[in-house]
Design a protein around this ligand. Structure first.
Ligand code: NAD
Length: 487
């Protein structure tokens, strides 16, 4: 270890390698997007030498942890889950302060992270395997699962504790060592998780944390020959780069990426429910959810009513500081997100989109990355605003003639993460569930908001590799071995 690195400063985020907290070779500031004068703290960024150190520590950790018993894995994961849940308010506050989602959303996300550790604690006790008779007399075949080894986990800023949790918990439950590289935009929640994991009783090197820029530390981790598998959540652009490196190096890879999620509203929908699904799915968490509904595909008979009821409801949304009581939508997470949002809005209007709601910046007494949610009309599904992910509180209403056109429009996208429908018809709902091209489907529910105990992921360019979360997570974090025994 490099002893010259500062280990005792008041950084909000440091690196954890082989059981030791370390500083870095450069730093950035973690700033509250609700109030830019509130500095959460400096973040110590790792360098490439520290990537080598972390991989060496994790290789050792992987050997030790692969032989741990199901009881040891249960105890560690259950203990981590217990501490997260008991500190949910404090951690939720930290999360909302650095990411900008409202405090109830922040506490909800921390609760999810704690429950995920509890879920995989149980899964560690239920390790799968099988025994079959061989085709040869007297020979037995057993099929077992083994850990993959050293896994790099690369995560985005929009779920800064839940995503690190839903990758780390199954990785540890199935006997792997991990190196977590959270987003440099909201790293303190992952750092707090790492502090909890650091005192959970895991052997040294089993869990490691590196802070750093994606094109530096992230890229070095992905390419490192000592990393056996990579689980990534983030944009499609970076996902493609990572897939190319992993393909070349023949590394197992799992990618969870963006969406352009449709919410279909049919003539027979309950209008209040449809509007509430649209408001929640499109605008809550400032639209910064991969499952956000950004295309509201509405049939002619309900179109006018839907647009006017949605704009009316948008006028009542309270935008403000994420930690203030009553705030329904906080700020965007960064200047980069704000520039992206404004860029897409400007281009959409140049291309002829009409502004049904939105426009001026909201009047907020703090300096932060605040925007007013936007509802566009008069766009078609081919326009750029309906093809690319904005990742902000912006949705277009696309008018269609009937259910069949709505379904075709919903499917006409590169992405296929989540799709929703609001209808009173069970037959239409059943047909939609069958024919829509998405990994997740919601009937009379917002497209965003999922359970932690079932698989999560998409189709087409939203996801690549095996599913995350729920029991299927075992596919990514283990490999199969088939053993034959003769008497
Ligand atoms: P991003 O792709 O910019 O960054 C994600 C992570 O990758 C960060 O940790 C970043 O530092 C790292 N990274 C960047 N370049 C890298 C490289 N060359 N090599 C290795 N790592 C690199 O994404 P973001 O802006 O942090 O997150 C927003 C995106 O995440 C959106 O597209 C959203 O839809 C997606 N997302 C998807 C899911 C899902 O489960 N499908 C969930 C949340 C967010």
């Amino acid at each position: 270890m490099n002893k010259t690195r500062d280990k005792n400063s008041n950084f909000c985020c440091r690196n954890f390698i082989g059981g030791e907290w370390q500083g870095g070779s450069s730093e950035i500031l973690n700033v509250n997007p609700s109030d830019l004068s509130d500095i959460i703290g400096p973040v110590a960024l790792a360098d490439r030498a520290m990537v080598d150190e972390a991989v060496a520590a994790a290789s050792h950790g992987a050997e030790v942890w692969a032989t741990s018993t199901p009881q040891q894995r249960f105890d560690v994961l259950d203990g981590i889950g217990t501490e997260i849940l008991s500190r949910r308010e404090e951690l939720g506050k930290l999360l909302s302060r650095e990411e900008g989602k409202t405090l109830p959303e922040g506490i909800g996300e921390v609760t999810r992270a704690g429950n995920i550790f509890k879920f995989y604690a149980g899964e560690a006790l239920r390790s799968e395997g099988g025994r079959l008779d061989s085709l040869r007399p007297g020979v037995e075949v057993d099929i077992r699962r083994e850990p993959e080894g050293v896994i790099a986990l690369i995560t985005p800023w929009n779920f800064p504790i839940a995503i690190p949790a839903w990758k780390t918990a199954p990785a540890l439950a199935y006997g792997n060592a991990v190196i977590l590289k959270p987003s440099e935009i909201a790293p303190a929640s992952a750092n707090a998780l790492a502090e909890i994991i650091a005192r959970s009783g895991l052997p040294e090197g089993v869990f490691n944390l590196l802070h750093g820029r994606g094109d530096d530390v992230g890229a070095a981790l992905v390419a490192h020959s000592g990393v056996n598998a990579v689980s990534f959540t983030g944009s499609q652009k970076i996902g493609r780069k990572i897939a190319a490196v992993c393909g070349r190096e023949m590394k197992k890879v799992q990618l969870e990426m963006g969406g352009k999620n449709p919410l279909v509203v049919l003539d027979d929908a309950d209008i209040d429910r449809a509007v509430s699904c649209a408001i929640d799915g499109a605008f809550f968490s400032a639209g910064q959810r991969c499952t956000a509904s950004s295309r509201l595909i509405v049939t002619e008979g309900i179109y006018g009513k839907f647009v006017s009821a949605t704009t009316e409801a948008m006028g009542k949304i309270r935008i403000g500081h994420a930690l203030e009581a009553g705030t329904q939508i906080g700020p965007l997470s960064s200047q980069m997100q704000m520039d992206k949002f404004n860029g897409y809005l400007g281009r959409a209007r140049e291309e002829g989109a009409k502004l049904a709601f939105g426009g001026p910046e909201p009047a907020i007494s703090y300096k932060g990355y605040y925007v007013t949610p936007v509802l566009l009309t008069d766009t078609d599904n081919d326009s750029r605003i309906n093809r690319e992910e904005v990742f902000g509180p912006l949705a277009s209403v696309i008018r269609v003639a009937d259910y069949e056109t709505a379904l075709q429009t919903a499917n006409d996208s590169l992405y296929g993460l989540c799709a929703g429908i609001c209808t009173a018809s069970l037959a239409r709902a059943a047909d939609f569930k069958n024919r829509v091209q998405a990994g997740m489907v919601m009937v009379n529910l917002p497209t965003a908001g999922v359970d932690y105990h079932v698989p999560f992921g998409g189709s087409k360019e939203s996801s690549f590799g095996s599913r995350e979360q729920g029991r299927p997570a075992i596919e990514f974090y283990t490999k199969l071995k088939t053993a034959y025994t003769a008497p």
